[in-house]
Design a protein around this ligand. Structure first.
Ligand SMILES: [Cu+2]
Length: 150
């Protein structure tokens, strides 16, 4: 029990230490840039705007009520996750495979682009909006396979 709690706080500490709240130059994110944003889908509840999106290279996943395309597959490694928070009704949070999570942005703010460097270890991660996750406003990030090099 004690070890598990310590491990969780270590993961949270590592994520926090890596948080970058100022824009990062595109060069350092080349090949590892994940882009999170809000989106619109008529099936989203409670409103069509309760939709969250994550893109990486050719893949785009959308999270809304009953979405059948909410999973993005990635190899393990370090990524730059940039979320574009333009809403005071939604936020971006990231949940790690151990169940710990971190708010990248808050619900009430709308800071625009916020970039986080994150080491995506194998397992299931989730990018979600706190108030609307239960209504489907989340995307799953499945991390597996061979790790990146360099
Ligand atoms: Cu939301």
């Amino acid at each position: 029990m004690r070890n598990r709690a310590a491990a969780r706080s270590l993961v949270l500490g590592a994520l926090t230490a890596l948080a970058v709240t100022t824009p990062v130059s595109g060069a350092s994110a080349e090949g590892r840039a994940l882009a999170g944003s809000y989106c619109t889908n008529p099936d989203a509840m409670p409103k069509p705007t309760a939709c969250i999106q994550l893109s990486f290279e050719g893949q785009t996943a959308q999270g809304y009520t009953n979405s059948s395309d909410r999973t993005i597959d990635l190899r393990p490694g370090v990524y730059w996750l940039t979320v574009d928070d333009t809403s005071t009704a939604h936020n971006f949070s990231l949940e790690a495979p151990d169940g710990s999570d971190q708010d990248i942005t808050e619900v009430a703010d709308a800071p625009g682009d916020v970039t986080l460097m994150v080491n995506l270890t194998p397992g299931s991660w989730t990018l979600f909006c706190d108030p609307h996750r239960a209504m489907g406003m989340y995307v799953d990030i499945e991390v597996g396979g061979t790790g990146q090099t360099g």
